[in-house]
Design a protein around this ligand. Structure first.
Ligand SMILES: CC(C)(COP(=O)(O)OP(=O)(O)OC[C@H]1O[C@@H](n2cnc3c(N)ncnc32)[C@H](O)[C@@H]1OP(=O)(O)O)[C@@H](O)C(=O)NCCC(=O)NCCS
Length: 165
């Protein structure tokens, strides 16, 4: 398996992959694929990585800038992240996330936040911080990982692409 940055010709596959992976998930509003397209259109896909095997895309992860107390900085949001259902549980998601976090660190990012299942994301070091929150997030779902030791506090907002059209 290889991990590389997305290329323009990958957009359609990433859209289909994301739609398929999130379909029917209880926590999903099934707009994740549109969110990725909107991030790309807004120039806000800080990192968009695909995992490939034999040239075929098996998984994808997106990272985009977030604001803290309304201010842009060096923190990023992870997601959406998707692996085709028949390729899940082979470590592809973990490999994509670890590579994305490594690249954020190379960019001197302060940290990363996400909404997701703590049982999955704690293995990367993500944890809840009572001082850093996202309005409307289900309890425990909003987590952060500091990459440079900083511990900002306040309200995190994801890119407006996550709010829908
Ligand atoms: C979440 C997702 C990206 C993980 O990718 P993956 O390649 O299947 O995951 P990995 O193989 O790297 O890791 C598998 C491990 O994660 C665990 N896992 C996967 N999803 C989980 C979840 N929601 N909660 C807890 N654990 C989860 C598996 O049990 C497995 O654990 P184990 O290694 O202890 O057996 C993938 O399952 C997916 O596309 N899911 C549908 C879309 C989605 O939910 N995206 C994330 C929303 S926050």
């Amino acid at each position: 398996m290889q991990i590389r940055l997305e290329r323009p010709e990958d957009a359609t596959t990433i859209h289909a992959l994301t739609d398929t992976a999130f379909k029917g998930m209880p926590f999903s509003d099934e707009t994740e694929a549109e969110v990725i397209d909107a991030l790309r259109a807004a120039g806000a896909l800080t990192l968009s990585l695909v995992a490939t095997e034999g040239g075929e895309i098996l998984g994808h992860v997106a990272f985009s800038p977030v604001t803290i107390n309304g201010e842009a900085g060096d923190w990023y949001g992870l997601g959406p992240v998707s692996v085709w259902p028949d390729h899940q549980r082979r470590g592809i998601g973990q490999a994509l996330i670890r590579e994305g976090l490594r690249q954020l660190q190379l960019m001197s990012a302060g940290g990363c936040v996400l909404l997701g299942a703590p049982a999955y994301y704690r293995r990367f070091g993500f944890e809840s911080d009572p001082h850093l929150y996202n309005v409307g997030a289900p309890p425990g779902a909003f987590q952060r990982l500091t990459l440079n030791g900083s511990r900002p506090s306040g309200e995190v907002s994801f890119h407006r692409a996550f709010d829908g059209p």
